[in-house]
Write a protein that binds this ligand. Sequence first.
Ligand SMILES: O=P(O)(O)O[C@H]1O[C@H](CO)[C@@H](O)[C@H]1O
Ligand SMILES: O=c1cc[nH]c(=O)[nH]1
Length: 236
Amino acid sequence: MSIHIGAQAGEIAETILLPGDPLRAKYIAETFLEDAVCYNQVRGMFGFTGTYKGKRISVQGTGMGIPSISIYATELIRDYGVKQLIRVGTCGGIQDDIKVRDVIIAMTASTDSNVNRLRFPGFDYAPHADFGLLRHAYEAGVSNNLSIKVGNVLTADTFYRDSMEPVKKLAAHGVLGIEMETAALYTIASSFGAKALSILTVSDHLFSGEADTTAEERQTTFNHMIEMALEAGIQE
Ligand SMILES: O=P(O)(O)O[C@H]1O[C@H](CO)[C@@H](O)[C@H]1O
Ligand SMILES: O=c1cc[nH]c(=O)[nH]1
């Protein structure tokens, strides 16, 4: 057991999917994994291990924001030997050609968080995805006729903001969407020599006024993204 995960050694697979919402973890386990067993309920942050196409896969809720995912990513890699971590999250779109329900793969993640400035004093580190995971996820999505964008996302420390001006500037520099975990996931995975990828479904658009997805849709209708993550996870 680690401080925040109640699993015994060996109960978590080397490849894991990481949704922010623990109920999405339960949904993924029940919908996509065979013989799924719940290994964690500490803080209601469900974790399950089962098989997908015969390969062992786990899925673990991470909560929202950098502090929360940093705890889970660190304990999963350091204490349970996880080697491939694939976030399956939601984000807000900020480009005109990105629509609600599109899928974004985060090649890299900018951030307004200070965590990497504490880690690398005097440097601006560029957190990045694992290329092999990214390639397999992209190919799985393309073969499913999905609209997939690959590029830079913003990992923000806040969901609500006083001013949209910094977001407009980021959009003008090509940033595709905003979420709250990827920069930390990529940095922590790299620090341990593990592989990471973030796949994000656009749940709302910050500028277009396009209707948001409901909480129920966020939990249950992101099957294409989840399949991309599972296919990448079993091939790498
Ligand atoms: O849907 P998840 O994976 O939680 O991701 C996004 O949703 C949450 C905010 O509503 C943040 O965690 C953000 O990153
Ligand atoms: O962090 C997030 C997630 C979804 N939509 C947003 O605007 N921000």
